[in-house]
Ligand binder design. Structure first.
Ligand code: COA
Length: 325
């Protein structure tokens, strides 16, 4: 049995927020943001938008490419940390929007690693016989939890969604190998504490701005580089491949300096690390499927290519997957 990605799609809001726009909103500059992160602009959805709207647009494109109708989908997983509502799941809203009436649907929260976690779960569902065709979407409206009074985080994040369809395609290689890790002892490095059971919604909680993203940037940066290198090597070793076998590396699009440091340590050849963070910033669980979809549209990722994806995020969580397209 082989679990293959047969469709990819993405959708982003039309609204563009450039570094120059941010200069007018806070004490920052295009030069600082570009130098420290590589980000030039990000997409921001209109107020009141639903994460599932973008997930649905991305999913329809992925299903069109796969030639799979809504009635054929057995399971829907949405990787998100910015759900439409606390409950029901964004995956249920997506199911309703797609008319995928047969599917069971649930969300998965592994922050920026959520897409790779979801791919691993989807692979397991197909291999165990619990589903034949699975739709996975990484979808985020991070603008809903950005503190625009905190320049150290506000410049980093954006909105968007990507999606893939996974199916059993016998006699073809598909998702070859994945590796996942977590370290909950480092939760304080990156979190959004308000609105859960520890800090339920209250005036005090909002006054303290606990409903926004909080991050220790330096420590997150260091952990990201170390863990991404480790887990990427783990997946290559487990699958008996080397970095030279890879056609394209799509890392989580958080920061160009993190990606450059990881690519250098892995010994990746120039031009094999795909980058689109200059256009979208960090879109958390959506970043890898958006990048896969764009790379496919541009011809940078083709059928038969050996694709390596790696992500890192709050939790901490990190993971990697080796995929034959
Ligand atoms: N514009 C201008 N100056 C800024 C700024 C901004 N948007 N944000 C912070 N600064 C200032 C700081 O206040 C600090 O000033 P000081 O020296 O006067 O105190 C200075 O820039 C350096 O801050 P520092 O936090 O040390 O910068 P850095 O080089 O570590 O870059 C990040 C900050 C956030 C870009 C970097 O730490 C990072 O990318 N971390 C990883 C974040 C990430 O990817 N998170 C998601 C993981 S999924």
């Amino acid at each position: 049995m082989s679990v293959k990605i047969t469709g990819i799609g993405h959708a982003v809001p039309d609204g563009v927020l450039t570094n120059f726009d941010l200069e007018k909103m806070m004490d920052t500059s295009d030069e600082w943001i570009t130098e420290r992160t590589g980000i030039k602009e990000r997409r921001i959805a209109p107020k009141g938008s639903a994460t599932s709207e973008y997930a649905a647009r991305a999913s329809r494109k992925a299903m069109d490419m796969a030639g799979v109708g809504p009635e054929e989908i057995d399971a829907i997983i949405v990787a998100t940390l910015t759900p439409d509502m606390k409950f029901p799941s964004t995956a249920c809203f997506l199911q309703e929007k797609l008319g995928a009436q047969r599917a069971y649907a649930f969300d998965l929260n592994a922050a920026c690693s959520g897409f790779i976690y979801s791919l691993t779960v989807a692979k397991g569902l197909i291999e165990s016989g619990a589903a034949r065709k699975v739709l996975v979407s990484g979808a985020e409206l991070l603008s809903t939890i950005i503190n625009f009074d905190d320049r150290s985080t506000a410049v980093l994040f954006g909105d968007g969604a990507g999606a893939v369809v996974l199916e059993d395609v016998p006699d073809e290689e598909g998702i070859i190998c994945t590796a996942l890790h977590s370290d909950g002892s480092l939760w304080e490095l990156l979190n959004c504490p308000g609105g859960g059971s520890v800090y339920p919604i209250s005036k005090e909680m909002i006054d303290e701005k606990l409903h926004y993203i909080r991050m220790n940037g330096n420590e997150t940066f260091k952990n990201a580089v170390t863990r991404l290198v480790e887990v990427t090597r783990e997946v290559l070793e487990k699958s008996g491949r080397t970095i030279d076998d890879i056609d394209l590396f799509i890392p989580h699009q958080a920061n160009k300096r993190i990606i450059d440091a990881v690519a250098k340590r892995l010994g990746l050849s120039d031009g094999k690390a795909y980058l689109n963070l200059h256009k979208y910033g960090n879109t958390s669980a959506a970043s890898i499927p958006i990048a896969m979809s764009e790379a496919w549209e541009e011809g940078a990722l083709k059928k038969g290519d050996l694709l390596l994806i790696s992500a890192f995020g709050a939790g901490l969580t990190w993971g990697s997957a080796l995929i034959r397209m």
